[in-house]
Structures are given as C-alpha cells and as structure tokens.
Design a protein. Sequence first.
Length: 324
Amino acid sequence: MTTPSPLFDRLALIGVGLIGSSIARAARSRGAVREIVATARSGSTRRRVAELGLADRVVETNAAAVAGADLVIICVPVGACGAVAAEIGPHLKPGATVSDVGSVKGAVVRDVAPHLPDGVHFVPAHPVAGTEHSGPDAGFATLFIGRWCILTPPEKADPGAVERLAAFWRALGANVESMAPSHHDLVLAVTSHLPHLIAYTIVGTADELAEVTRSEVLKFSAGGFRDFTRIAASDPTMWRDVFLANKEAVLEMLGTFNEDLARLTRAIRRGDGDALFAHFARTRAIRRGIVEIGQDSPAPDFGRPHPDLPVEPLPRPYAVSDDV
Ligand code: NAP
C-alpha cells in the first residue's frame, strides 16, 4: 500500500540506526517522500547506509543533510539531540518541519527548541516501536506497523504541520496520538523505562549469581529470564541517555514500584497466598488486555515473525514489543 502522492518532497535523516533506517525503508516502500537524504556521525555508518541503498544521497555533515529538506527527523540518542539542533538550526529551509524520534520528550524539547529559527515547525515524535538491535542493518520497513507514534507538539504549533507529520507516520503504518511532553515521559517511564531498568538489574544480578550456577542460568533461560536478557541487550548509549533525560519521572515510578515490591515481599514472607493470587490475577488480566488491543501477540516470544517479512501484502500488526 503506497501513499497516493508523497507527503514531503525531501526527507533528511540525521542518524541512521535502527529507527532512522526503518524510517528510510518504510518511507520509501510507502512512497511517503520523494527523496531521502541521510547522514550519520561516523564514516563507517555513512558507507553502510550507501551500500544498503537506504537513501538517495548520503552526505557528510548534518548541515548538508538539512539544506533544502522539507522534513528533518533527528534519529540520534536523546542526549545528542541538542548539539545536532544547534548545528542544523542555521541551515534549515523556511517552512520546514523538524522532528525527532527520542524516547524522552521533555528533555528533547528543552534542548532542541531554542536552536530552531522562526518559521520552522518543530513537532517532536516518539515511535513506540523497536528492538534490542542497533545500526542501519537492524532496521526494517514493517517496524512501525500497528505501533503507536506519539507526537508532542508545542501548544502554538501550526496544526497543518502537525497533521502532515501525523499523516507521514500513518503512511508508515503507525497509529498516531498527541500528548504533552511531560505526560509522555510519565507514561513511558512506567511502560518502558522502568521495565528496562528492571531487566538491566535482574540480568546483572543473575550474572553475579552465575559464578555458582552459570550452566543452569543459560540452560533454563527459556523461562522468564530469557525475555529479560533480550531487553537488557538494548543499546547502552541510548538507555543511559533515557535514564539521564527522564530522571524525575523514572524516580517517581521507581518509588511506587519499590512500595509494590515491598507489599509482595511481605505477602511471601507471611505466606499470604490470597494476596499473591489476587495480585497475579490482576496482572494476568492486564496482559490479556494488551493482547486484545493488538499491542502484542499471544504467541510466545519465539513465535514472533522475522523482521525480514515482505512489506506487501501487509502482515497483521505484530509484536516487536520492546517499545521504547
Ligand atoms: P542506533 O541504532 O544506535 O543509531 C543511532 C544513530 O545515531 C547512529 O546513526 C549513530 O551514528 C548516531 N549517533 C550516535 N551518537 C551520536 C552523537 N553523539 N551525535 C550524532 N549522532 C550520533 O539507535 P536507535 O535505536 O536508532 O535510536 C535512535 C533514537 O531513537 C534514540 O533517541 C532512541 O531513544 C529512539 N528510539 C529507539 C528505539 C529502539 O528500540 N531502539 C525505539 C524508539 C525510539 P554512528 O552509527 O555513526 O555512530
């Protein structure tokens, strides 16, 4: 399914890792833009982007990438967005839309907005879709299908520019919703950032214990632990930046989590089976709700389709659910 006519003439991608390369692949396969210009920090990534044919042109600098672009999407770790914005600000075309894909929105808005000139539309975005893999080879055109893309436009944003970016994400297969950056950060702290922190913690803890039981940890990792190891394999730079940038919301959610953990600990210590059962029954219902609204598959993790699925015909929205 392609878009009848391109929504933007020239798309500039700054950073071509998992997310940037998935946008390039999806935008091209859907005909959402006429031309793609891309750049990345290192020569090796730029070369790989050219080899993979992900863009019509691969250029060396961020300034060259944005010159004449109608839509600029910054696809670098959250902590690097401000420096990129400072670099591209003077080279943006009047009337262009600047967006990003950062997993934290408040910090990105704070760091990017001051560098953008009047007459340029800033519409931050977060596609809530991803995997634990990084780099231009890791992306795939179907990544965003059936997933959410959250826009956090400033109050005074031009409605036409916001709608055009929403149409772009819908063309890539995403469902689009708008909210305030602070609300986004609170929601994602509990649905994504905290789960990643727990995965990073538990895999580290198991590794410390593994001195005694290394073979058992590996052998029996088909259980819950295996899912934790996959999440804990996510990119260290990206996740360092997420926790630094969303400190307040994560600490708030961590406080609530610690209280809940203390309640469950007490139930175990007291042998309170009713409390444990009631808690697990509630969480089972939450899981079933997620499957019912199509945000994950009931199949076990190893039943997931491979990312290299053909784009046409559209596969049913499937679960690449380590949404960040
Ligand atoms: P990635 O695969 O690691 O790619 C990152 C890209 O950014 C690479 O092109 C890299 O260039 C460039 N880069 C890294 N550090 C930079 C810096 N200091 N200055 C300029 N460029 C830099 O990362 P990703 O997973 O695509 O994540 C990109 C953004 O998407 C992040 O903000 C993340 O929060 C957000 N996001 C990620 C996911 C996910 O599941 N991974 C999901 C939704 C949103 P080189 O290769 O040349 O180093």
